[in-house]
Design a protein around this ligand. Structure first.
Ligand code: UDP
Ligand code: MG
Length: 318
């Protein structure tokens, strides 16, 4: 008896691509069931993220024709990350593994086979990693790669050139469900699970049809969320700037004092300039200290699990 696969696809105004991507994904299921890599009751799970076009009607029609097409309708647009987690959490109830993929099929569906292979080799998470970013515009490529490097510099563990095309086992999803935070940046959370992972490399294609649902504004919001959900370094930076200003204050004090002694200053300048530097430094330092505590509160509020158990050796319960 092989394992059940659910392919989870978030969709926002995707009427132009669904007529192409639904049959293509069904073909992937056919191929894998034919090879007995997945069970025959494997399915596709589309998440309609509050689309305003015919996305939902198309999904209903597809479900009528083939019951392996399942769909969840969110009450309103919640954004890609939330739509994705809605799909994954729904699928984890009855699937042994899930593959998440965008509706525009920019990610190569043929590597799903390799992902499933890795799953059978014991991986709980398999990342789809882009071999290159040739299909991206120069702007998207440089900003995206710069962002991943910045995240790494801030101490956030992410998988380079991996977006949300990945396989996750039911076990990995159950562990992920322990993360109760509302600010979701899945790419940052998954490496924290610490389970056995694999990688498959693929080339990302152009969007099948329609236009990107990730305009610059959404991309920036995601990037900012990625940084602030995983790192308190920006707060710490304020603290360090405060220290730096106080150091400058020391230098300024020497300069002001020498100027005062040589008598080459206006009356009151020395005390004024010293107060400006000193107060500026102290204020930044104080904000940094308060920020440090707010950072702690932030981490507590997120209430992330402290550990994930991989296996337990024990007698079977009778
Ligand atoms: N998406 C979504 N909700 C949103 C925005 C996007 O569910 O608010 C979905 C979209 O339908 C697609 C995936 O997220 O399946 C990725 O979006 P897109 O392909 O437009 O992003 P890009 O590839 O341009 O970064
Ligand atoms: Mg896309």
């Amino acid at each position: 008896m092989s394992d059940r696969l659910a392919i989870v696809v978030p969709c926002y105004n995707e009427e132009e691509v669904l007529p192409i991507s639904i049959p293509e994904l069904l073909k992937v299921l056919d191929e894998l069931t034919g090879q007995k890599k997945i069970s025959t009751d494997s399915y596709l799970l589309f998440v309609n993220d509050g689309s305003r076009d015919r996305t939902w009607e198309l999904l209903e029609e597809a479900h009528q024709k083939d019951s392996r097409v399942r769909a969840v309708k969110l009450a309103k647009n919640c954004g890609h990350q939330s739509a994705l987690i809605a799909g994954l959490m729904t699928a984890k109830e009855d699937a042994d593994m899930t593959v998440s993929i965008d509706a525009d099929l920019q990610d190569d569906t043929s590597v799903i086979r390799e992902m499933v292979e890795e799953y059978h080799n014991g991986c709980e998470i398999v990342y789809g990693v882009r071999g290159s970013r040739r299909s991206d515009s120069f702007f998207k490529r440089t900003t995206a790669e710069g962002f991943y490097k910045l995240l790494a510099a801030l101490g956030v563990k992410t998988v380079f050139n991996h977006a949300d095309f990945r396989l996750m086992s039911a076990k990995a999803l159950n562990e992920l469900a322990e993360y109760k935070e509302t600010n979701l940046y899945l790419r940052g959370l998954i490496p924290l699970l610490g389970l056995k992972t694999g990688k498959v490399v693929y080339e990302r294609k152009e969007r099948l049809a329609g236009e990107s649902k990730y305009p610059l504004k959404k991309m920036l919001a995601l990037a900012l969320n990625g940084i602030t959900s995983f790192s308190v370094q920006p707060i710490r930076l304020v603290f360090h700037i405060g220290l730096f200003v106080l150091l400058i204050c020391l230098g300024a004090a020497v300069y002001a004092f020498v100027s005062y002694l040589t008598g080459d200053v206006e009356r009151g300048w020395t005390s004024l300039i010293l107060s400006v530097w000193f107060l500026g430094g102290i204020q930044l330092l104080a904000i940094g200290v308060i920020g440090e505590y707010i950072g702690k509160i932030y981490n507590e509020v997120k209430h992330r699990p402290l550990y994930h158990i991989e296996t337990i050796l024990k007698e079977d319960e009778k």
